[in-house]
Write a protein that binds this ligand. Structure first.
Ligand SMILES: [Zn+2]
Length: 210
């Protein structure tokens, strides 16, 4: 007798690697302050609603096939170095130098993220400085998104956009002029309140969302 097809069985996964599942994603949230900067006491209460918005967006876009949860490292982490060290000479393109320097320091001080208990672990670094960059297993975003009344409405969309890069999604806008290639969260939607954007059908397909 022919074996019944198992074609209907699939799970969400990172782009281009179906062996790394995204059924359950644990976002470890860390507040990181360079040594020469005064910490912001209000970060904990401001970030929780943004995380909840991201989680609701995630549930809806993944059609319930994946769960995004967060764990907040409540202690403020004071960096070993000053801002100038983390920022490097150029903070354009979202401040990738800070992303790398902070990742190295946090992996050393807190231990690298584990990926061996069935969940996909990623880290959200709320950075007391400039930044919006995501990749590999970490996003680094400026606390300014949660402090400025102008930025706040789009904070969770920007954070989720960067998480999209951790999942392997590419930007849906051109770097030369910032012209959007799509209205979804990887394109124009990153500048809107998260409830007014979505993951494109192309992105859903790449992530194995059915
Ligand atoms: Zn991007």
């Amino acid at each position: 007798m022919p074996v019944p097809s198992v074609e209907g069985v699939s799970r969400p996964h990172v782009v281009d690697d179906s062996s790394i599942g995204l059924d359950r994603i644990r976002l470890v949230v860390v507040y990181f302050v360079p040594a020469d900067v005064i910490p912001w006491e209000g970060w904990r209460e401001r970030i929780v609603p943004a995380l909840q918005e991201m989680e609701a967006f995630h549930r809806l876009q993944f059609r319930g096939s994946s769960e995004l949860v967060h764990e907040i490292y409540t202690e403020t982490i004071v960096g070993e170095r000053d801002s100038a060290f983390y920022d490097g000479s150029d903070t354009a393109r979202g401040n990738p130098h800070a992303w790398e320097a902070v990742r190295e320091e946090l992996n050393r001080r807190l231990g690298a993220l584990r990926q061996d208990d069935g969940a996909f672990d990623a880290r959200l670094v709320l950075f007391e400085g400039v930044g919006a960059v995501g990749g590999v297993d970490q996003i680094l975003v400026s606390s300014g998104y949660l402090q400025s009344p102008v930025e706040m409405p789009r904070a969770s969309a920007v954070f989720y956009h960067e998480l999209g890069h951790v999942f392997g999604l590419k930007d849906a806008y051109t770097y030369e002029h910032g012209a959007p290639l799509d209205e979804d969260i990887m394109g124009l939607g990153r500048n809107r309140p998260i409830g007014q954007t979505y993951l494109s059908e192309k992105a859903k397909k790449e992530l194995g969302i059915r």
